[in-house]
Design a protein around this ligand. Structure first.
Ligand code: GLU
Length: 486
């Protein structure tokens, strides 16, 4: 199957757009087809410099780059494929040709109404509680009248004529059977007076000539579907399959908005989500695998995904679920992969760690608990910088530790650890020795473990005491304990 993602270059790629692109990618890949990227820049005023690069960079980061159309090659935007150009502003002649054909066959008509008149008409309809719709003033114009107004240089648009008395029906891959009454469908503008097509004409022409098998797009286009189906019919072309993907929602079921979290896909990259986790999460937003499985790699998604199993209800963007999936993905990486992912952040924020030959053992310790990659330097910092340890931290009431008890325990701990031979310095020996201290002195395990861990890290939360002591080595461990009570 040939599928496409057809963003307008009006800014950053929206997280919902990334999900739509992903669905189109999955359908193409599971049928060994092609995933195209087409740029829909017919609204020139809304086009934003750099938006095409941003969209492509995000798709590359996510691991779902297009096979055909507008691509990024060595950081440069290029077009590739035999059905190009793939940027709509470079295809204006084609849209004009089919708008003229529709005029000639009587399926479309020129409209000379000024925007002032259309505004007044709309306001009037609203005041009468009617749905805004073109009143067809120009539909009945004679050929002569049209010709003379054009000759006089009057501006006009081309509108399609909708058969008002019948209904348009269709079976959408996600929504199922849908039906639209002709009288509710507006005579859509196809070609604007500046010669640019509207989305409606442009995508029909493009999806036809680019041999698209299924159009996967946002639900906001569902109400325009009857116009598109009619255009395919008027032009004598077979319509593709359509799948309208439901909206992403905030927890309160309102449309996903910036106020309640990030909406640009790039923000998730910046925050340090793994592309694997984000794709896994986005697919589960609306798609139900039909099993209990929640963790899917891209390859598994390609295998298991089906557009028919996408729910038609809006999907709530659950940030907690995203973090859970992210955590699962972090744990799934091999330690070496994990280190590779956090390394750029270490280079930037904790250079000592990035050149430490022993970094892997330390990284493994945080791999069990880290959620966001940029947090890695902070979580590893205590290995490289001497912690400040307060009595407040050491004497943890939850562990029934008083400052007096801490002062009693720490020196004993120190002499016990000092007695361990450096070659036996590993978590197993450390644990065995500490347990024997606990038993002989009648302490609770936590009463010994807590101050040791706190003394070594200066933190209320960190990897466990034995692991940290092992990674720090004997000498450093003793030094840090000394620093607490001397
Ligand atoms: N340019 C449209 C948009 O960004 C594309 C809709 C479609 O995929 O056909 O919403």
């Amino acid at each position: 199957m040939r599928t496409r993602f057809a963003p307008s270059p009006t800014g950053m790629l929206h997280i919902g757009g990334l999900r739509t692109a992903l669905f189109a990618y999955l359908v193409a890949k599971q049928t060994k087809g092609s995933f195209l990227l087409r740029i829909e820049d017919t609204d020139q005023e809304r086009s934003v410099e750099g938006a095409i690069e941003n969209i492509l960079r995000t798709l590359h980061w996510a691991g779902i780059p297009p096979d055909e159309g507008v691509l990024l090659e060595n950081g440069v935007v290029v077009q590739k494929g035999s059905k190009g150009p793939y940027i709509q502003s470079e295809r204006l002649g084609l849209y004009k040709k089919y708008a003229d054909e529709l005029l000639a066959s009587g399926k479309a008509y020129p409209c000379f109404c000024t925007s002032d008149r259309l505004d007044r008409m709309r306001k009037d309809q609203q005041a009468h509680k009617q749905a805004p719709m073109y009143d067809r003033k120009c539909l009945g114009l004679s050929k002569e009248a049209v010709a003379s107004r054009i000759a006089a240089g009057e501006k006009y648009v081309i509108r399609m004529e909708i058969p008002r008395s019948s209904a348009v029906t269709f079976t959408d891959d996600i929504r199922g059977f849908v039906s639209f009454e002709g009288e509710t469908i507006d005579d859509q503008v196809l070609l604007k007076s500046d010669g640019f097509p509207t989305y409606h004409l442009a995508h029909v022409v493009d999806d036809h000539f680019m041999d698209i098998d299924i159009v996967i797009r946002g639900e906001e286009w569902l109400s325009s579907l009857p116009k598109h189906l009619l255009l395919f019919e008027y032009l004598g072309w077979k319509a593709p399959r359509y799948a309208h993907v439901p909206l992403l929602l905030n927890a309160d079921r309102s449309k996903l908005s910036k106020r309640q979290g990030d909406v640009a896909a790039e923000d998730y990259q910046t925050k340090g989500y793994l592309p694997e986790a984000l794709l896994n999460f986005l697919t589960l937003l609306g798609w139900n695998p039909g099993t209990e499985q929640e963790m899917f790699s891209l390859a598994e998604l390609i295998d298991a995904f089906s557009i028919e199993r996408v729910s038609k209800a809006g999907a709530i963007f659950d940030h907690e679920k995203l973090d859970w999936i992210q955590g699962q993905w972090i744990r799934k990486l091999t330690p070496e992969e994990f280190l590779g992912r956090i390394h750029p952040y270490l280079q930037k924020d904790l250079p000592a760690a990035s050149v430490d030959p022993g970094i892997l053992t330390k990284a493994i310790l945080i791999q069990e608990r880290l959620i966001l990659l940029p947090e890695a330097p902070e979580t590893l910092r205590f290995f490289y910088e001497e912690p400040t340890v307060t009595m407040e931290l050491l004497a943890n009431p939850k562990q029934k530790l008083t400052p007096e008890l801490v002062k009693e325990i720490l020196p004993q701990l120190r002499s016990l650890l000092e007695g361990i031979d450096a070659k036996d310095w590993n978590r197993t020996t450390l644990e065995a020795q500490l347990r024997s201290l606990v038993e002989t002195k009648g302490y609770k395990l936590g009463q010994v473990l807590w101050p040791l861990r706190a003394a070594l890290t200066g933190r209320p939360y960190s990897p466990g005491a034995f692991e940290v002591a092992e990674a720090l080595g004997k000498e450093k461990t003793l030094q840090r304990i000394d620093a607490c009570y001397k």
